[in-house]
Write a protein that binds this ligand. Structure first.
Ligand code: FE2
Length: 232
């Protein structure tokens, strides 16, 4: 149900948010909440903040880290920073320039060196002209998280000409895919390939994506198939 948290694994919860429109394309939204060993919370890709979600999250612990995992998921950061002014907001460097209204902590980059070292790992997937996305791995639940680089909309989600565009783009393929617009935007494939090989070294079992259903198992195989075109 929209705005409610459900447990996805040890110390990780997911919440589905309202559908947002990007260029007329309707995107379902999803965030993840991870609780670190010190009891603080790491919020990945925050969705629209509702009273119900605020209550459910504060019941789990103190919100300490707000994470924008790429340059595209920035729509709701302001309301979260307003509600949790003491949380550190981390994002790729491009977002700081676009949001002078927000206060950013250290830019997201490959670890180590972050407060969540040893519990959540991240790897930047470089060389893409649309955005640099960071893949995350939550160790306690063995969950791999991708934001926009892997998408999996149900058939029939889009209507009219957008359904055709979405199908051609790979957004509504039978399996999770890297949409073609992102594939073609990789200008430095060797750099992306090297990063993805490191991602596939994580002992991931579950997969969370922002736009599509999560997978409870075989995360590495699913991701490897989605990136086969890159030669990983
Ligand atoms: Fe997205």
């Amino acid at each position: 149900m929209e705005g409610t948290l459900h447990r996805f694994g040890p110390e990780i919860w997911l919440a589905d948010g309202p559908v947002v429109a990007v260029a007329g394309f309707r995107y379902p939204t999803r965030m993840a909440v991870m609780r670190l060993r010190d009891g603080t919370l790491f919020l990945w890709s925050p969705i629209a903040l509702s009273d119900a979600l605020h209550g459910a999250i504060t019941a789990l612990g103190e919100v300490r880290h707000l994470i924008a995992p790429n340059g595209l998921h920035d729509r709701f950061l302001g309301e979260w920073q307003g509600a949790f002014p003491h949380a550190a907001l981390h994002a790729p460097p491009c977002l700081a320039a676009r949001h002078p209204d927000l206060r950013f902590a250290r830019d997201l980059a490959d670890g180590p060196g972050f407060a969540w070292d040893g519990e959540v790992d991240q790897i930047a997937i470089p060389g893409n002209r649309i955005t640099t996305e960071l893949a995350f791995f939550h160790q306690a639940s063995r969950t791999l998280l991708f934001t926009d680089l892997i998408q999996h909309f149900p058939r029939g989600w889009f209507a009219g000409w957008r359904a055709i565009v979405a199908r051609l783009d790979g957004m509504t393929a039978p399996e999770p895919r890297v949409p073609r617009k992102f594939r073609y935007a990789f200008s430095d494939r060797p750099a992306a390939r090297a990063a993805m090989r490191r991602v596939l070294d994580w002992p991931a079992e579950k997969l969370v994506i922002a736009h599509g259903p999560p997978a409870e198992q075989d995360a590495r195989a699913v991701v490897a198939r989605a990136f086969r075109w890159l030669g990983v």
